[in-house]
Design a binder for this molecule. Structure first.
Ligand code: PYC
Length: 336
């Protein structure tokens, strides 16, 4: 029996997929997107698994649903889905979703060229440029980002001591810079990154508490951001961002770039107003900027956070209609 039919617009942001699901939305309980995210994970996660994993998706697959606004001042809300779960925030996902939504008339902005969007991690603001019917660039003003742990030594089985920082940019990232046991992403193969990332993430997640001070449902280290020499002269940094079980982000990763800028800011390598061009594993670029610096009151004291922006582009390449039929043995996807 067909359990669900989903019309989708398929796009990619700087190389990483964004499958915007335009029909078949489950009715989500909750007032905020954070509550709706929990509700989706509890009762409707089969949709994510069916649409993201093989055979309908793949390791890097990521997507979104657009929902009506949760706040009075917003234009719409986004629920992110991907192989690893429902991210509190996704930068490449936002850029792809906004591009596909505006080009297809799925969101009507209150102010042309600007959007305010509710996402599980909070509220974000977007500016986009258009030429004829195409969206040519999207700049998102992300949720506040901060360095959560610095100069931590991890004992990584099989690798040894690794010095890392952990930073939040909408998700929690272990950030690894070149050092004795890690020569940089330019010296490691994709198989090295795929091999070591889940081990490093598990060790860091076990050792370090990461709970968002304003929303405890946002917790745990989900991503590893490895750094190294960029391929392009105009890039300020390069990364390989690992997520899910086997994915290296093909885009420069919006939340990863935000986390990296928060780390560099806290360590004195970036200051208010600086921009930071970040290069992905395939050489595509996002332009980040430290837009503001704020003091956030939390139950454990005041935390200095940055308000980062990320600019990038996306291309829509297709439309499809996907059914999930429970007489299919792989209705809810599989991993190998
Ligand atoms: O762009 O924030 C991002 C992202 C998270 C995981 C993959 N991309």
């Amino acid at each position: 029996m067909i359990k669900g039919t989903f019309f989708c617009i398929d796009a990619h942001t700087c190389g990483n997929p964004v499958r915007l699901v335009t029909s078949g939305h489950p009715n989500l309980q909750g007032v905020t997107m954070s509550e709706k995210r929990q509700n989706f994970l509890q009762y409707h996660d089969w949709i994510r698994r069916g649409l993201m994993f093989e055979p309908r998706g793949h390791d890097m697959m990521s997507g979104a649903f657009i929902y009506p606004p949760c706040s009075e001042n917003s234009d719409a809300s986004i629920l992110f889905i991907e192989t690893s779960g429902c991210l509190p925030m996704c930068g490449h996902g936002t850029i792809g979703t906004v591009t596909a939504a505006i080009e297809n008339g799925l969101i009507t902005p209150k102010v042309k060229g600007q959007l305010t969007l509710d996402v599980p991690a909070g509220q974000i603001h977007v500016e986009y440029q258009q030429k004829d019917s195409k969206v040519t660039s999207v700049k998102l003003h992300n949720v506040a980002a901060y360095l959560a742990h610095q100069n931590v030594v991890l004992n990584v089985p099989g690798l040894g001591e690794l010095y890392v920082d952990v930073s939040y940019g909408g998700n929690y990232y272990v950030i690894v810079e070149p050092q004795a046991k890690f020569p940089g992403i330019d010296q490691w193969s994709a198989s090295d990154i795929l091999h070591w990332s889940p081990i490093v993430r598990a060790v860091a997640d076990e050792l370090l508490e990461c709970i968002h001070p304003q929303d405890p449902t946002v917790n745990g280290i989900t991503h590893v951001l490895w750094t190294g020499k960029p391929q392009k002269q105009d890039s300020d940094g390069a990364n390989a961002v690992f997520y899910g079980d086997k994915a290296i982000d093909r885009s420069p990763c919006g939340t990863g770039t935000s986390a990296r800028m928060a780390q560099l800011f806290a360590k004195g390598h970036l200051t208010l107003g600086d921009s930071f061009t970040h290069e992905s594993y395939i050489g595509s670029q996002f332009i980040g900027k430290v837009e503001d610096v704020i003091d956030v009151n939390t139950p454990t004291g005041v935390i200095k956070m940055i308000k980062p922006s990320i600019a990038g582009w996306a291309k829509v390449y297709g439309k499809n209609c996907i059914t999930i039929d429970d007489d299919d043995p792989y209705a809810f996807g599989f991993t190998v």
